[in-house]
Design a protein around this ligand. Structure first.
Ligand code: NAP
Length: 282
């Protein structure tokens, strides 16, 4: 089967590496010539080009759009002007689904939203790696217009990548990922930012020297790709604000307990969070 990938970065490149290994013919499109050459060199694609028309010329059956979120809709608009075969199944990997699915399915009825829950804090084709999706959940957010065949096709590919498929509505997806993905990015970024407000340079230097596994774990997602963080906030604004408002309340409650030296309440809270953490990381 011929598969197209638009946007050969961390996710698109990683997808290409695994799908090439599975024996699919992969045709990539990326913005920069040098990215296309690199993708060919590392074996993430059989052939790549900066022209989207490549995918029409070789008649791919499925297209994965792996660009930043704000380029997904315009990619489909351009594909339409190129007379792409209407049977072509288009999907995306964007971290936000309500906006993407609403806009893309208006343009392309055979569009199924997707989101592999895998990634790293790095970006670009240099960060692409084999096996990135193995053991991860791959979310699909089909709507009533999508055929069962289209959903099955994508589910089968996700399973070949070693992922477990989960199906939900775009709205439920956005609300859930706000809690476990988008909120942590902002919380983690604000942790790094808060530390930088230490105005005694000797203390700051020592803190930087002493930072180890605890700081590495809690600051990892705040030190990731800024473009991705802005896209999450911009396109999942309402759900992110909802989770941040709750986070502010939770933080205020903990601050109050410490101010009031209410160690019993604080311990109760920390016991509760210790007890439920595994429920998020099963
Ligand atoms: P990335 O590493 O920055 O890759 C995106 C690539 O898209 C860039 O390398 C760029 O290629 C290319 N690009 C940009 N505009 C383009 C356009 N108009 N046409 C064609 N190619 C274009 O970002 P990423 O982390 O792979 O994220 C890509 C998508 O995956 C996003 O929608 C994101 O929400 C989603 N996602 C990310 C993660 C994660 O943890 N990173 C996880 C799950 C899903 P050039 O090098 O050619 O400029």
């Amino acid at each position: 089967m011929k598969i197209g990938i638009v946007g050969l970065g961390l996710i698109g490149g990683s997808l290409g590496l695994d799908l090439c290994d599975q024996g699919f013919s992969i045709f990539g499109v990326s913005r920069q010539e040098k990215t296309c050459r690199k993708a060919e060199k590392i074996g993430a694609v059989n052939r790549a080009d900066v022209r989207l028309s490549l995918l029409v010329e070789v008649a791919v059956e499925i297209i994965f759009i792996c660009t930043p979120i704000d380029k997904i809709v315009s990619t489909i608009e351009e594909l339409k002007t190129l007379d792409l075969n209407p049977e072509t199944l288009i999907t995306d990997v964007g971290s936000v689904k309500s906006f993407v699915v609403r806009e893309c399915s208006k343009l392309w009825p055979n569009f199924v939203g997707g989101h592999p829950m895998a990634g790293t804090e790095k970006k670009g084709i240099e960060a692409a790696q084999k096996g990135l999706f193995a053991g991860a959940t791959y979310i699909l957010t089909p709507d009533s217009k999508n055929s069962a065949e289209a959903v099955d096709k994508l589910s089968n590919i996700a399973e070949l990548l070693g992922s477990t498929v989960s199906i939900c509505s775009p709205q439920i997806h956005d609300r859930a990922v706000a809690w476990i993905s988008h909120l942590p990015v902002i919380v983690s970024a604000s942790l790094i930012d808060a530390c930088l407000h230490e105005h005694d340079s000797e203390v700051l230097r020592l803190a930087q020297q002493l930072a180890s596994s605890g700081f590495r774990d809690t600051s990892r997602v705040g030190g990731g790709n800024p473009e991705l963080g802005v896209m999450m906030a911009r396109y999942n604004r309402q759900e992110l604000l909802r989770s941040l408002a709750q986070y502010r309340q939770s933080l205020d409650r903990l601050i109050e307990q410490i101010e009031q030296e209410d160690w019993r309440k604080l311990e109760e809270n920390l016991k509760q969070t210790q007890g439920v953490r595994h429920q998020f990381l099963a």
